[in-house]
Design a protein around this ligand. Structure first.
Ligand SMILES: [Zn+2]
Length: 376
């Protein structure tokens, strides 16, 4: 099944506490996102003010080969500003859970229905393509959501976003709810899933929804977003391909460069162990693992890192075996025979312990050279 990606790094990602992108950073991220084949980018919130409207208009004028959309509340002022950006697609979000309808809008469900339908009609009058975001949908009455969506489909809305705003879904509930929604709507209406990661389930829930038939996955690069973040683009795409045999348009060789770019621009460090894009996720120290990988890479890999332009790295350290060290030294043109096994391993391990880290290849080379010299 083919899935489409709507990436919101430039909107929900930037909403992460303390994150600010300059215009040139936004431009670079958007440009690379377009090259990578992301289908759609949610680029910002016009209601933030005149400066934001200007920047969004400039981004739109770059004409990168990617569909753009703005994020708006269901009010006329927001849609007026969205219109000024020249971006044709306006996403309009409306609270749908009892707690949010009451606290944020002071409204009952009927009033909420009226407000969103009016906003949709207003946007359509301005000739914009309006999609509707069901905010806090996971805490809404599901019957109300389906009722609302059907009304809006009647008004010409062709796309909905189901937002698990505070992370209350699990893969099973996601799957059940998405199946019901998809069955309730006409076949040409598209549904998008938007998950947050408060329990570390954003990627799993997004995949469950995709597998249940939703058409769009809402992601952010490296999962950047509110609180614990969103579903990470790189995890969703790679798991979709490898665990669900799904299809998408992404050129995955861009996943790593995108994560580095967003990490730098956001000031958020990319954890070494972050799936797919972390610096150490293809590094191996354990002697048993490295030995297996040298014999056949498939022994300890779920997918070939070459697929995303990366490769396995062998790190010499306290857990390394003799064959790893021999292999690494051979790459450096140094031959060590097995009579030196014990001495070499003792020196490598004691140095790793002393330094409390893995060794760099030149350090192992130095140890080996010293040893070879001392023995003549
Ligand atoms: Zn969100």
């Amino acid at each position: 099944m083919k899935a489409k990606i709507c990436d919101t790094t430039l909107r929900d990602g930037e909403q992460a506490a303390g994150v600010v992108f300059t215009f040139s950073e936004r431009q670079k991220i958007l440009e690379m996102m377009a090259k990578s084949g992301v289908d759609q980018a949610e680029v910002g919130i016009p209601a933030m003010g005149e400066d934001e409207v200007k920047e969004l208009r400039k981004l739109a004028q770059l004409n990168y080969p990617i569909v753009l959309s703005t994020w708006n509340r269901a009010v006329r002022e927001d849609l007026n500003k969205a219109y000024q950006t020249g971006i044709k697609r306006a996403h309009v979000s409306i609270p749908t859970s009892p707690v949010q309808m009451k606290a944020k809008l002071g409204m009952n469900p009927r009033q909420v229905e009226e407000r969103i339908r009016r906003a949709v009609a207003y946007g359509q009058e301005k000739d914009m393509i309006i999609s509707v975001g069901l905010e806090d949908a996971s805490r809404a009455h599901q019957d109300f959501l389906i009722y609302l969506m059907k009304k809006l489909v009647g008004d010409g809305v062709q796309r909905f976003r189901y937002a698990d705003t505070v992370s209350l879904l699990n893969p099973v509930t996601t799957s059940q709810r998405m199946e019901r929604i998809i069955q309730s709507l006409p076949g040409d209406v598209e549904v998008e899933i938007h998950c947050h990661n408060d329990f570390g389930l954003a990627t799993a829930n997004t995949l469950a929804a995709m597998s249940a038939g939703v058409h769009w996955a809402s992601t952010t690069i490296m999962g950047l977003g509110e609180r614990a973040g969103n579903a990470a683009l790189e995890e969703v795409v790679m798991a979709w391909r490898h665990l669900y045999q799904g299809e998408d348009r992404i050129d995955v060789s861009f996943l790593q460069p995108l994560a580095s770019l967003v990490s730098k621009a956001s000031g958020r460090k990319l954890s070494e162990a972050k799936p797919i894009v972390g610096s150490m996720v293809f590094s191996h120290e354990s002697g048993i693992h490295v030995d297996g990988l040298i014999k056949n890479p498939k022994t300890y890999q779920s997918f070939d890192p070459g697929e995303i332009g990366r490769k396995h790295q062998f790190v010499p350290g306290r857990h390394s075996g003799f064959s790893t060290i021999v292999y690494l030294l051979q790459q450096e043109g140094i031959e060590i025979d097995s009579t030196k096994r014990e001495e070499l391993m003792k020196r490598v391990r004691s140095r790793a312990l002393r330094q409390k880290r893995a060794l760099h290849i030149p350090e192992v080379k130095e140890i080996a050279q010293k040893m070879l010299q001392s023995r003549g």
